[in-house]
Design a protein around this ligand. Structure first.
Ligand code: ATP
Ligand code: MG
Length: 310
């Protein structure tokens, strides 16, 4: 590991939810944490470095075409998911990235099992897929609002006692299958404080250009704050696994959340360590034969191989 890679690995350790540990959000994670990074300016420099690294790894991931990466983003409203995606993915080739947002399921989606619509949007090999909200809504919003579960038309044996534990288990197994088959899952929870959410809602009201972002539904959801904190804590306690651990990203400072998210994604790519494909000596020999033919076609006055000559 290079020293840059080691620094990234050390930096993200504080955000990782140890598999099997019992998380209580309010007690265990501080939304305003910023560790040793002193200023926004220093943060910006780090983010630029991280973005460069990400772009470099992504081009290798794309060329190698063996692994895919799924970034799962969860947050409370105004948690900064959109901004994180925009900033962290700036340097990467759009051809290798796909972002999918998940809203309230349609009736066609509700006609399938609860994981179906997420499976349809998984990244291909070589791609980084981003889920803006994800299958975790199925143990978050659906848990906080039991009437949503009613709409899922579940048979008797899939409801009732033990439902959430079972979903946690099913999600873990689904992710295990994906990860064993080449798809790395990076799970980020943007952890916002209640006071910072209030500030961001007010900002959306105060700035006319931001009014479109304001939704009174978000303010109604805020009334369920404690229920959400409990649901997130249970999700983190039950679905952080060796193959797909959760990272709790301090989100009260947007700039910090972006660096931290970028670092976790870069780290996942470092672990995959994709390489540009190389060819064997027979294939190389065949290329050299083709090269001879192309060189023989050089028009008068042109170099046999303008690339080497240039
Ligand atoms: P924005 O930043 O644009 O507000 P958003 O992700 O909040 O993005 P919205 O259209 O505001 O998008 O909200 C989507 C809503 O869909 C959220 O309230 C979310 O909880 C809800 N939702 C997502 N998945 C499910 C699901 N499986 N069941 C029920 N509701 C869901
Ligand atoms: Mg919203």
């Amino acid at each position: 590991m290079t020293s840059r890679e080691q620094r990234i690995a050390d930096f993200i350790e504080a955000f990782r939810v140890e598999p099997g540990s019992k998380v209580k959000l309010g007690r265990d994670f501080d939304p305003a944490f910023r560790g040793t990074i002193k200023s926004k300016k220093e943060g910006r420099r780090l983010l630029a470095g991280g973005i460069e690294l990400l772009a470099e790894y992504q081009s290798r991931l794309y060329a190698q075409h063996t692994h895919g990466v799924l970034v799962v983003l969860q947050a409370l409203d105004a948690g900064g998911k959109d901004g994180t995606i925009r900033h962290v993915m700036t340097g990467v080739n759009p051809q290798g990235v796909a972002v999918h947002g998940f809203k309230v399921p349609s009736s066609a989606e509700l006609d399938h099992d609860y994981l179906w619509r997420y499976g349809l949007q998984l990244p291909r090999r070589g791609e980084i897929g981003i889920f803006n909200r994800s299958h975790y809504e199925e143990v978050l919003v659906v848990r906080v609002h039991p009437e949503l579960l009613e709409r899922q038309n579940l048979p008797g044996n899939a409801r009732g006692h033990g439902l959430w534990k079972r979903r946690f288990h099913e999600i873990n197994e689904w992710e295990r299958t994906l990860s064993r088959n080449g798809f790395k899952i990076v799970k980020l929870f943007l952890n916002l404080s209640k006071e910072e959410q209030r500030t961001r809602f007010l900002r959306r009201i105060d700035l006319p250009d931001h009014n479109w972002k304001f939704s009174s539904a978000d303010v109604r959801e805020r009334e369920y704050w404690d229920d959400y904190q409990r649901a997130f804590s249970k999700m983190l306690s039950n679905t952080s696994t060796e193959w797909a651990p959760w990272y709790v990203i301090p989100a009260d400072r947007k700039w910090y959340a972006r660096i931290a998210s970028g670092a976790v994604i870069a780290h996942a790519l470092m672990e995959l360590d994709p390489r540009f494909p190389t060819i064997d000596s027979d294939a190389r020999q065949a290329l050299l034969e083709i090269k001879k033919t192309l060189e023989a076609q050089s028009p008068k006055g042109a170099a046999a191989d303008p690339f080497l000559a240039g």
